[in-house]
Design a protein around this ligand. Structure first.
Ligand code: XCC
Ligand code: SF4
Length: 672
């Protein structure tokens, strides 16, 4: 009896059940010893709402929330469920779903807008910190935006002044967010048949902001109450993200900071160094972190760190800010989304600088238990806790802001507690691939196109291409889905393109090295990787860089021999451990661009079977792409492979693969 009156100790996570990564396991244990709760523990203590998971709770007006759970055995006959206003389960699920698209598209696109604004100030030469760095990319983007790069002078064609080109590119780009007429300029970058599908379906975005606003309007109480019409607007908004906000973010970042090119780095918590000042950048925008990279490398800063007793400055990253400075500077990621708290629990994080998106508010509570300075930098992303320092970043004083932050980290080095524990685990990786470098590696300088890649797909060495992307999710074992899906794909000769936290997960597992091809790949992909010297998993960057996958797919279409549209390609998409609204927007622009896309964990449509069936089956007729959900990672990968094989058959190249595999055996026989 006495026991019952005692407060029950909260249930803690089992580290091995929570993650496949030994560094993460070690740090979860460490946190538990120190009595600091992490997301892994909280996931044990709070279960997700069963109705919300199904996508059928509506709180769009105060007569609700109206909850329409699907009965366990499903519904026989007519589905009579309705909210107070009469909204059906399909209407509610569709409204919720496209509001997620709007949230995700807004996040990517507003990030893109900030970049465009910094781009403008660089083009206007208002800033010493930001310059137009990548002229070839500027010219390519100018072309895509319809900006002239040459002028006629006395009947002679001359190159236009680059400053003028940059200024006009900035103006035209910024206009894409709110122009009054027309359609997004980048839509024309898509294969012609896809553009025509969008025209026919009536989903060509007018401008980026408008499609997001229209979702908020249509999903307001009592407006659009037809799930097909709702998801149509979801497509228009998602396309505005993928072929608009995200693509512009990527392009303008490349022009400002350089188009990534393959480079070597490391990944996991073990990149932190006990005897160095550890400064971690976390979030999504490279605009400030680029400055921090520049400042942290300055000899006077390193000297300053030494004067405070440190051996140097170790910069590392979390989430997509990490991916941004990884792909351009080789700065190593310290971890994925779910490892953010753990980086502070090492006791060795002298400062963590955050910008926007995917930042746990609990970082502030964790930082309180250590000496770590937690610094927010963005006017739209502050935290209520008192220990959080806000240093508002301004592109006009970018270097000064970065210097202040780096100095703060250095000054804080002396305040470390005794108990520093950095797990020893880290892995080598090659990152920094993109449309241009794939062309270089797999196309060769001679042809300068995707010809070699296509050739290897046609001859069957490469069975197909998969984009595996997205978050971690504390409702599933950390990194297990990511790694199992990717390994199953490469084992079956599917070349993987990765971004986001999947990229970091693959790096931690050692999959982003050319050597991993010999260990994990099927014979065909292994041969290609070894001949060309690339990893079987190519890291294409951050979440906004999923736009690189769209353009790479378009290049494959244009190189010829594999059909006329993205939907003809032996290709598939996947987000095994997704959690954010951005992932839904990405998934939906992949689907609306013709890609079969499988998500893991759950999909918030399961409570509305008719709507669920519409996005998983009927959308294929409109765009060639459709959704699917499969939590089991092996089945998940097998679904993708089955789709790839279906496309190979439609292209008439299924036999080539059999021949290819046979000739491999023959060759081995010959060698023996
Ligand atoms: Fe965030 Fe981009 Fe997801 Fe990782 S992957 S958890 S969105 S950081 Ni895009
Ligand atoms: Fe309920 Fe309709 Fe209001 Fe939604 S909009 S909360 S379904 S009454």
């Amino acid at each position: 009896m006495a026991d019952e009156t005692k407060a029950k100790a909260p249930k803690l996570a089992d580290p091995v059940a929570a993650t496949i990564d030994p560094a993460t396991q070690q740090m979860i244990k460490r946190a538990q010893q120190l009595g600091v709760d992490t997301v892994f523990d909280r996931a044990e203590q709070m279960k997700p709402c069963n109705i919300g998971v199904q996508g059928i709770c509506c709180k769009n007006c105060s007569m609700g929330p109206c909850r329409l759970p699907l009965p366990k055995g499903g519904i026989e006959g007519e589905d009579k469920r309705k909210g107070l206003c009469g909204a059906s389960a399909n209407t509610i699920a569709a409204r919720n779903f496209i509001r997620m698209v709007a949230g995700g598209a807004a996040a990517h696109s507003d990030h893109g807008r900030s970049v465009a604004e910094v781009f403008m100030s660089a083009a206007r030469k208002e800033s010493d910190a930001y310059k137009i760095k990548d002229i070839p990319k500027l010219l390519a983007v100018a072309k895509a935006l319809g900006v002239d790069t040459t002028v006629e002078v006395d009947g002679e064609t001359r190159d236009r002044d680059m400053d003028e080109v940059a200024l006009e590119v900035g103006q035209v780009a910024l206009n894409e967010w709110g122009k009054a007429e027309g359609e997004l300029l980048y839509l024309k970058r898509a294969p012609q048949p896809l553009y025509e599908k969008w025209t026919k379906a009536g989903v060509k975005p007018r401008n980026i902001d408008r499609e997001i606003v229209e979702i908020m309007h249509r999903t307001h109480m009592g407006v659009d109450q037809d799930y097909k019409n709702l998801i149509k607007q979801g497509s228009r908004c998602a396309i505005a993200d993928g072929w608009g906000g995200s693509m512009l973010a990527t392009d303008l970042q490349d022009i400002l900071f350089g188009t990534p090119y393959p480079l070597q780095s490391e990944a996991n918590l073990g990149v932190m160094k006990a005897d160095h000042v550890n400064l971690i950048v976390h979030g999504h925008e490279p605009v400030l972190s680029e400055m921090i990279v520049a400042v942290a490398q300055k000899p006077e800063m390193v000297e300053y760190a030494k004067s405070k007793g440190a051996k140097g400055i170790q910069l590392s990253g979390i989430c997509c800010t990490a991916n941004e400075i990884l792909q351009r500077h080789g700065v190593p990621p310290a971890g994925t989304f779910l490892q953010q708290e753990l980086a502070i629990i090492t006791g060795a994080c002298d400062a963590m600088v955050v910008d926007i998106q995917c930042i746990f508010q609990n970082l502030a509570n964790v930082a309180k238990c250590f000496h770590t300075k937690l610094i927010t930098t963005h006017p739209i992303a502050k935290m209520e806790q008192e220990n959080v320092i806000h240093i508002e970043f301004d592109e006009h004083h970018a270097l000064e802001d970065a210097e202040r932050i780096v100095k703060m980290a250095i000054d804080n080095f002396a305040n470390r507690g005794a108990e520093v524990m950095i797990p020893p685990h880290k892995a080598t990786q090659i990152a920094g691939f993109g449309v241009e470098s794939i062309q270089y590696h797999l196309g060769g300088t001679f042809r300068g196109s995707y010809y070699t890649l296509n050739d290897n797909i046609i001859n069957g060495r490469i069975r197909g291409v998969a984009g595996v992307v997205g978050c971690n999710n504390a409702r599933t074992r950390h990194n297990e889905g990511h790694i199992a899906v990717v390994k199953e794909l490469i084992k079956n000769d599917v070349l993987v393109l990765t971004t986001g936290c999947n990229g970091i997960a693959c790096a931690m597992e050692g999959l982003l090295t050319p050597e991993s091809a010999g260990v994990y790949c099927g014979p065909g992909l292994k041969e290609v990787c070894e001949t060309v010297g690339i990893p079987p998993v190519l890291h294409l960057g951050s979440c906004v860089d999923n736009s690189r996958i769209l353009l790479a797919a378009t290049e494959v279409v244009n190189a010829g021999g594999l059909g006329k549209d993205i939907s003809d390609l032996p290709a598939a998409g996947s987000a095994p451990e997704w959690m954010s609204e951005k992932a839904i927007s990405i998934g939906h622009y992949f689907v609306s661009s013709g890609v079969y896309t499988v998500f893991g964990v759950t999909l918030p449509t399961s409570g509305a079977p008719v709507f669920h069936n519409h996005i998983c089956k009927e959308l294929e007729k409109l765009y060639g792409g459709m959704w699917d959900i499969e939590p089991d990672p092996i089945k998940h990968a097998q679904l993708m492979i089955a789709h790839i094989d279906k496309k190979r058959k439609e292209l008439g190249i299924d036999k080539a693969r059999e021949r290819q595999l046979m000739s491999m055996e023959d060759r081995q026989k010959l060698e023996a």
